[in-house]
Design a protein around this ligand. Sequence first.
Ligand SMILES: O=C(O)CCC(=O)C(=O)O
Ligand SMILES: [Fe+2]
Length: 274
Amino acid sequence: MRFNTIEAIVDLDRYPLHRPDGVAVADLLREGQATLQRDALYTLPGFVRPEAARYMAEELEVRVPIASRLDTEGGSYSYADKDTAWPAGHPRTVRHRFSYHQVLNHQIANDSPLRRVYCWEPLREFLRQLMGYATFHRSECPHLALTAKVAGEGDTDGWHFDGNDVVFSVLLRAPEDGGLFEYAPNIRSESDENYEGVAAAFAGASDVVRRVKLAVGDLNVFQGNRTLHRVSPVKGATRRIVGLFSYDCQPGTNFGEPYIAKLRQHTPGAVQLV
Ligand SMILES: O=C(O)CCC(=O)C(=O)O
Ligand SMILES: [Fe+2]
């Protein structure tokens, strides 16, 4: 199999994470921490080599027929949000479309190059230091530890805040048009939900929303719990494919039942709980 070494997959000249004490890693950490603080988003361009990303995208695309399909109207605040005490029209009540295929952890082969990157210890250690966490573990969720979202024409991730602190993604295939990552950096804080700002973003009337066109191979580190974000509808026949890496400060954590129940509801048989 090709791409069976980390050198063949990750651009180690630019990102020598296997030499954690070197000056290059110190520079990346310094730049990354400052960028995250300012923008809630830090991109490592060309982290995965384009030819490896193409190979991964092809591997994932053939799994679409067995992948979980989500196509639903959902809220922005939490998959488990059952609070109905908000007045009609309030951002807590607004529903957005979420539609995509998701190739789940147990559907990605052990020897897949995408998993090789996810399981690469120097990456986990780099991300731990970048985030300033004392401990940092790969998720052990059999379904959601490593996944890929595959979005075809019209598919979209609606406006939302993530339930977990940080999402780590790698763009593996870019669509012809659309599929942009749109986000409002730190639009809410622990003490201020800023519903007015959120409503303006929903209405397309916000001047704080940014749009990024990620390139294939970019590793994106994103703090989505305070930063409202979405993926705009994909246009054209080429699917947008993104690999998603899950970590947790605690070892051995699984994702909660609500999200898995949602996936199972939409694709009976595709998700078996173990
Ligand atoms: O597809 C992306 O780029 C982001 C996905 C996302 O926001 C999520 O999975 O929570
Ligand atoms: Fe998200």
